[in-house]
Ligand binder design. Structure first.
Ligand code: A3P
Ligand code: MG
Length: 271
């Protein structure tokens, strides 16, 4: 039987922001020193000593904060579904989203921490250490961007005639453009890391972020709360919601993060 969902203090998000910021500072210091180890994981994605240092720090801090809530991190994800199925809530963590960017020397990486309750992300923090920007949201309380100590509420409703589409810097944009069936003027915004692309949609700098190819549930958990609280959605390519901790596999389907309700996404994607 699944454990009961615990009622958490409303200011727990500040503790999570502090944990993500500390992990981000650890990553930044390794990035600036330029000395790190690098391996390729079984799924053929890279991992560095910075990912692992951030994972250790987040794991210890979250365990101290909420000893009864389990943690699913990209760097400790080998937990059988039979065990995860017992969880009614858990922390979903990507200690370093954008490892490829980190290795390449680009600034487009961030730390992601989400709280998932009853298969739905309800709290999300995305901290980008090189940009010193934090995006955060709690279900029902709006989405915010914290920069230079100032919190600004963000909204995803961008106005404009051209469809601005955020896509991975490490992917052929044709993989994304071919999904759009209707003739439409499209401007591409190339950026690294899954979360930062979602966040620029959440703050109305892009209309959507389209991801074709594998990602993990940890890549979308925290950004999903931020985009939903900013007025947008995360959907699979059939425009159905993504699911969390519902299957043995933790891989997401292809997905689209949409900000603007004025676009007819079903028509644009030929659904
Ligand atoms: N083969 C694969 N399997 C699973 N996830 C993958 C993957 N290739 C890329 N990803 C995901 O896509 C994210 C990178 O997005 P982008 O290409 O936009 O920079 C990676 O985040 P991490 O850096 O946390 O691993 C990773 O989670
Ligand atoms: Mg990662």
């Amino acid at each position: 039987m699944a454990t009961a969902v615990l009622t958490l203090p409303s200011d727990i998000i500040e503790s999570v922001i502090n944990i993500a910021s500390e992990a981000g500072r650890t990553i930044k210091s390794i990035f600036e020193q330029g000395q790190f180890e690098q391996h390729t994981k079984l799924d053929d994605t890279p991992v560095t000593s910075a990912d692992l240092a951030a994972h250790q720090l987040i794991y210890q801090s979250l365990t101290q904060l909420t000893p009864d809530i389990p943690i699913l991190s990209e760097e400790d994800a080998d937990i059988p579904f039979s065990q995860r199925a017992q969880w009614s809530q858990y922390w979903l963590v990507d200690p370093l989203d954008g490892t490829g960017e980190f290795i390449a020397g680009s600034n487009d990486f961030s730390v992601l921490i989400a709280l998932v309750q009853n298969h739905k992300p309800v709290l999300g923090v995305v901290y980008a250490p090189m940009k010193e920007v934090c995006y955060f949201a709690r279900s029902g309380h709006g989405a915010f961007k914290r920069q230079q100590g100032q919190d600004t509420q963000i909204h995803s409703q961008r106005q404009g005639e051209i469809l601005k589409v955020a896509v991975s810097r490490r992917q052929d944009p044709q993989d994304v453009l071919k999904l759009f069936t209707k003739k439409q003027d499209v401007e591409l915004i190339r950026l690294g890391g899954a979360a930062l692309k979602s966040c620029i949609v959440a703050e109305g700098q892009a209309d959507c972020y389209v991801r074709v190819g594998p990602t993990g549930e940890w890549d979308t958990g925290a950004p999903q709360v931020i985009i939903e609280e900013a007025g947008g959605k995360v959907l699979d390519i059939d425009l159905k919601p993504l699911t969390y901790n519902c299957r043995e596999s933790l891989e997401n389907p292809n997905f689209i993060v949409v900000g603007r309700n004025q676009w007819n996404w079903a028509k644009l994607l030929g659904i």
